[in-house]
Design a protein around this ligand. Sequence first.
Ligand SMILES: N[C@@H](CCC(=O)N[C@@H](CS)C(=O)NCC(=O)O)C(=O)O
Length: 290
Amino acid sequence: MRGRPPSPPISHSEKTKPVAAAGFSGRSGPLRTAAWDFDAFQRLGLATPAGGHHCLAALGAADAGGESEATFRMYKLYSMQRSGNSYKVRLALAFLDAPYRAIEVDILRGESRTPDFLAKNPSGQVPLLETAPGRYLAESNAILWYLAVGTSLAPDTRMDRAEALQWMFFEQHALEPNIGSAYFWLCLVKGGRDLQTHALEDWLERGYAALQVMENHLKTNDYFAAGQLTIADIALYGYTHVADQCDFDLSMFPAVNAWLRRVEQTPGFVTMDWTPETAVADPAYFAAEA
Ligand SMILES: N[C@@H](CCC(=O)N[C@@H](CS)C(=O)NCC(=O)O)C(=O)O
């Protein structure tokens, strides 16, 4: 999503969102298990025997460094609620029931362009995942890979992995620049339609072309790679599901519509406006922030 703020940056303030902590998310479904209970991941088919969730790896690192487990359990996600790229990451975290602390960054107020934020991500964009104190990962699809490794959301054969990547690159060059831009300017920026009348036609033409490519694939496949839901689906879902809010007519794409519903019916699915609940049973989760 092209999102240079239309107004000058103001000072960055981290508006801490409540925590989505495993087991306290309040959502239901078979994937709602403790994120660091790797056995549970395996039972549910979300983890491959090859590895564990990175939260588990982080725990190991914390233990090795002498910190208590509780100080290291959570990712910190810099994200904007209505950013499709940010939502992709939140959706993956939800499917994995991984605990994280969400920090809302309002790009419309320039909060991703402050010196403080630029020091964390020189690109000045969300999403941004702090994987360990001071260690930052940008680019939504890179974050998706980071989170998914060792779970069934990341394919494990050479060809399946490459096909997932193929669709994730497609998402970034064919879908997101067009539907993402239309969504940003038509749905998020006041007066954006008037500001971007010259670009809208191009976004629609190229966005429709991307949707047609997806439609053709989905006529004979339930998902984009590996015959199952993977991060390729999560990446593509992010902006496809809001296309009808920004002038795209999705009724022309029945296979895409059926796939959208399949993703939405997957246990653990959360909507774009879902926010983690305030309830946190264990205050020790916040220890790292104290
Ligand atoms: N390729 C990046 C694009 C990220 C992006 O465009 N982020 C937008 C929000 S969706 C943003 O932070 N824009 C603020 C800015 O560019 O100042 C990704 O996939 O993460």
